[in-house]
Design a protein around this ligand. Sequence first.
Ligand SMILES: [Zn+2]
Length: 322
Amino acid sequence: MALQSSGVKRQKKIAEWEIRIQLLHQKYPRLEEISNLYGRYSLELALVELGNGRMGIDREEIIKSQEALMQERKDIVIKNRLPDNIYNIWWDCEICKDTGFAEPGKKCSCRLQELFLERWRESGLSPEQERQTFGSFSLDWYNDKEKHHENLGRCIDFADQVSNNQSVENLFLYGPVGTGKTHLCSSIANYVLQAGKSVIYLKTSQLLDLIRQYKFNNSQDEQSNNQKLKHLYQVALLIIDDLGTENSSDFVKEQLLLLLDERINYHLPWVISTNLTPNEIGTMYEDRLSDRILGTSQMLRFDGESIRRQKKLLKKDVVSNK
Ligand SMILES: [Zn+2]
């Protein structure tokens, strides 16, 4: 979902305030009288300043009358248990009054927070993946703890370098299903998002859907799809999970090659994970594409029993031992 522009948001708040005051005045006619009188005194004050007063009273008297009106309004508000800020516009953020800028050219903290959450929403991570971090990655499931500890370290280094705009070799994570690759993809994504960079995470099937819709233009959200595809070319970090599970046509492979080439040209990194071996990738894709995928990357191999399967077995054991 796109963010509401601050202009639209402000207009809505102002419209809401106008309606609120109108209803208030319908219910409490004396409050409306007070507002009208106050306005008349303000006008008179301006005329007196110009030496053109019409009521025949001086400046001091006008100010006193206005103060009395404000006191009366306050009393009515208290007596009727109305919110004491009922005459204010109810901004979401009092600091910037919903403009998004704390001062000219400087974004307000509310806006920064919004952008932060928006990057997460646009990342494509599922709620479960948003909780997957390097800290929650456990080595307990692996026989070869040393190697997977090294894999973890390389993923952390990668995420750190991307976060700090350093040039970095892409990552190629491969190994059987359920050996922790997706957990590390999510951890990298969360780390880089936390650092304020944009990340797109996609299963290969989603990526191919985007490319196909782009080709056939048969989607109702045609424009938003094209924008999404364009975003893949420019996002600070692209993560493609589960490569090789797809049944891809020449067109799709061509598009994938274009995408990776463009990202290489702009020094934008990616992470690819797959259940296939590098050899299988080499057989599946023609040379140009497999060169891009394999030739530009650090290769991290994962192996062992599926973590999901181990967890399931463990649960069964616990249950049967009861
Ligand atoms: Zn603000």
